[in-house]
Design a protein around this ligand. Structure first.
Ligand SMILES: [Zn+2]
Ligand SMILES: [Zn+2]
Length: 83
């Protein structure tokens, strides 16, 4: 079983903004963002929808990180731990 360390709060990973080097906030899973307006699509549909190669996505959890300074967000693939 693979679990995402961020979703399960095993560890805090931080990423810095490419533009201003500010520490970006984790705004949660990419899936949760999509859920807001496309709840009718299932997870498998999402894998195709968000454009990442399947092999890379297999054991990773895409998270949205937000930079308050630049008002931009970016998606980071978080590697899942194997339990
Ligand atoms: Zn996650
Ligand atoms: Zn920034």
């Amino acid at each position: 079983m693979h679990v995402c360390p961020l979703c399960n709060q095993f560890s805090q990973l931080s990423f810095t903004c490419n533009n201003c080097k500010t520490i970006m906030d984790d705004h949660g899973r990419l899936m949760d963002f999509f859920d807001d307006y496309s709840a009718y699509l299932d997870i498998e549909g999402m894998k195709l929808f968000d454009g990442y190669p399947t092999d890379q996505k297999e054991h990773s959890c895409p998270h949205v990180f937000y930079c308050e300074k630049c008002n931009t967000n970016t998606t980071v693939l978080i590697s899942e731990y194997e339990l």
